[in-house]
Design a protein around this ligand. Sequence first.
Ligand code: NAD
Length: 300
Amino acid sequence: MATEIGFIGVGNMGGPMVANLLAGGYAVRVYDPNKAAVDDCVAKGASTASSPKDLADQVETVLVCLPTPQIVQAVALGENGLSKGSKVKTYIDLSTTGPQTSVPVAEGLKEAGIVALDAPVSGGVIGAVSGSLAVMVSGPHNDFGHHRPMLEKIGKNVFYVGDKIGMGQMMKLLNNLLSGTALAVTAEAVTLGVKAGLDPKLMIDIFNASSGRNTATETKFPNSVLTRKFDGGFGSALMFKDVRLCLEEAEAQGITMFVGNATRQAWSFALNQGEAGEDSTQIIEHYENLAGVEWPEDKS
Ligand code: NAD
C-alpha cells in the first residue's frame, strides 16, 4: 500500500508538488481553504482533510507550502493546527518563512512531540511542475535521511544544509536576495536601454551571451517580460517578503548590506505601485512608468 502523507497549501508551488508526489507513488491528503486548488489535486488522485488538525489526525508526515510566516505559524501551532493532531510525527516546511519563524515553530512542535525539518525550495513554478526544484533541508540528520526519497520526488537537487533548524531557511533567503536583486536590476537596465533606443530582445540575447547573464535574463525576461505575459508565477509580495526577511537577518547579525537594502527598496516600490497579487516580473512596468518609457512594438 502507498505511504500516505499530508500536504497543506496547494497553490502555485504546492499544487504541482502534490502532482509529482502522487506520480511518485505516494498517497497524498491535502488541506487548503481554496476549494479550486483542492479540487485540482483531487482530480489528480489526492484525498482531502477539513483542517490542519484533521490532517494531522490521519497521517504521520505533513508537508506545508504556505505564503506567509503568520500563516505558517497558525497552521502549525494555532487552534486546529497541526500540533493538535494525534498521528503526525514529522512536519516539513517547504515555504520561505525565514529562521525567525521556523525556529520558534519547530520548538512549539517539539513540545507536541513533532519533529520539524526546514526544506525551502527554489526553481519556481517551472521547477515545481518538472520536479526539478532545489531543496535546502536543515534539521535532524536521521529524519532528513528518512524523508530524502520523498523530497527527491519534488526536487532533483536535495541539499542537506545542517542540523540546526533555520539553516535551510537562511540559505533560501540568501538565494532569493540574489534572485530579487538580479530581477530588479535587469528591469532597471532594460528600461534604460529601451529609453536609449536599444531593442529589448536583442539586449537580452546579448546579456545571455555576455557577463551580464543571470536568472532574470535567462528565463524571466525571455518567458514573461519580452512576451509581456508577466506569468512567472512568483508574486511581488512573496519577493518583497523574502528580501525583507533576509535584510532582517542581516540586521539581527550586524551585517551591512548596501546592495541588499537597495533591493529591498526596489521591491517595496514595486509592491506599493502594483496591484495586489501581481507577478514579480511586472516590476519593469513600474520602472517604465517612472521613466516615461514606452515598450517598443514587437517587430519580429
Ligand atoms: P500561493 O499563494 O500560490 O499558494 C499558497 C497556498 O496556500 C494557496 O493555495 C492558499 O490558498 C494556501 N493557504 C493560504 N492560507 C492558508 C491556510 N491558512 N491554510 C492552508 N492553506 C492556506 O504561493 P506559492 O507561490 O505557491 O508560494 C508558497 C511558498 O513557496 C511561499 O512561501 C513562497 O515564498 C515559496 N516559494 C514560491 C516560489 C514561486 O515561484 N511561486 C518559489 C519558491 C518558493
